[in-house]
Design a binder for this molecule. Structure first.
Ligand SMILES: Nc1ncnc2c1ncn2[C@@H]1O[C@H](COP(=O)(O)OP(=O)(O)OP(=O)(O)O)[C@@H](O)[C@H]1O
Ligand SMILES: [Mg+2]
Length: 307
């Protein structure tokens, strides 16, 4: 995908494909530090390693050689131990949600994101983005160039990028609906656009219905397990549930599930998702802030393995 976008000046981070430590060392000479090394064929932020100093390279490759195997996660069946090292992109993280129909690119909204430190699990999403109008226009224009260059058509797309001093810098794009409750909940709550109806429409060759009938702010905050062990339930959700600004509380895993944290496991740290909406962005941030301060995961030790 990145090879097909090389002509878009300044949009791609410096990058190289690598498969072992020697290749990573050589690539970092070109790409520079800080950098990120990650599997080419995974998803869900499985195996994202920041490289900040030369000594981080060995540790990251050792971990990645354990992670990028089908017995660790079946997602690695297809590409296995193939990695990409990229210049570390600074800036505000965002995603662009849209559709392409008959070659025409339609942007529904831009989502602001927060990811966890240091493994970059997605932690918070807010729709629409609070970027100023000129920045949003540039994000939209570059997104159209990217979707056009990749010749996506008759599908939804979800593009991930960072916005910084040098404009939009590309992370990845997929010809599929946005996950993480963005398509299912945040877009409809904030804009009135029925996202999944349009996923079906675009697949069936029907006209899209993308008129916004409201201008609200909708957001999601995940509650993370702070340590490995048995998830017993979430505390602090009762008060949150009383407030009309909160639309949904989802349990990502049932109480009683054994959870683990990255880098041992990349798919179990998020235990609860809370969705809120407000007329103002500040109001939405206050609601999501309450999730951070009031809600927490109750974790008990498992057979002496976790503390
Ligand atoms: N070059 C980069 N610079 C800075 N951060 C990066 C870079 N590449 C990836 N990240 C961080 O890691 C996250 C996951 O990376 P990426 O989207 O490439 O992998 P993924 O496995 O598809 O993740 P997901 O399925 O969660 O989207 C990004 O959202 C971003 O926070
Ligand atoms: Mg991604």
């Amino acid at each position: 995908m990145k090879d097909a976008l090389r002509h878009l000046d300044g949009v791609l981070p410096r990058f190289a494909k690598i498969s072992d430590l020697a290749e990573l060392r050589a690539a970092v000479e070109e790409v520079g530090l800080p950098a990120v090394v990650k599997p080419t064929g995974a998803s869900g932020s499985k195996g994202i390693f920041e490289l900040r100093a030369p000594e981080d390279l060995d540790a990251a490759m050792e971990r990645l050689s354990q992670i990028a195997r089908p017995d660790f996660d079946p997602v690695f069946k297809q590409f296995g131990a193939e990695f990409i090292v990229e210049e570390f992109l600074e800036g505000d993280e965002l995603s662009v949600e849209g559709f392409v129909s008959g070659g025409e690119v339609h942007i529904v909204t831009i989502t602001d994101k927060v990811t966890s430190v240091p493994f970059h699990l997605e932690l918070e999403h807010k729709v629409p983005s609070a970027l100023p109008a000129d920045a949003r226009a540039e994000v939209s224009a570059t997104t159209k160039d990217i979707v056009g260059a990749l010749e996506f058509d008759n599908c939804a797309f979800h593009l991930e990028a960072k916005w910084g001093d040098r404009g939009l810098r590309f992370i990845e794009i997929a010809g599929r609906p946005a996950g993480d409750y963005i398509g299912s909940h945040l877009v409809p709550l904030a804009t009135g656009v029925n996202y999944f109806e349009n996923v079906v429409r675009v697949a069936a060759g029907e006209e899209l219905r993308l008129e916004h009938d409201r201008q609200l702010n909708a957001g999601l905050r995940f509650v993370l397990a702070e340590r490995a062990g048995r998830f017993e339930g979430a505390d602090g959700l009762e008060g949150i549930g009383e407030d009309p600004g909160f639309d949904h509380v989802f349990h990502e895993v049932p109480a009683g599930t054994e959870v683990a944290l990255p880098p041992e496991n990349f798919g179990q740290q998020r235990v609860v998702a809370v969705i809120a909406r407000h007329v103002t962005r500040e109001g939405l941030e206050a609601l999501l802030g309450r999730v951070t301060t009031e809600a927490s995961a109750r974790i008990s030790p498992v057979d002496g393995r976790a503390e």
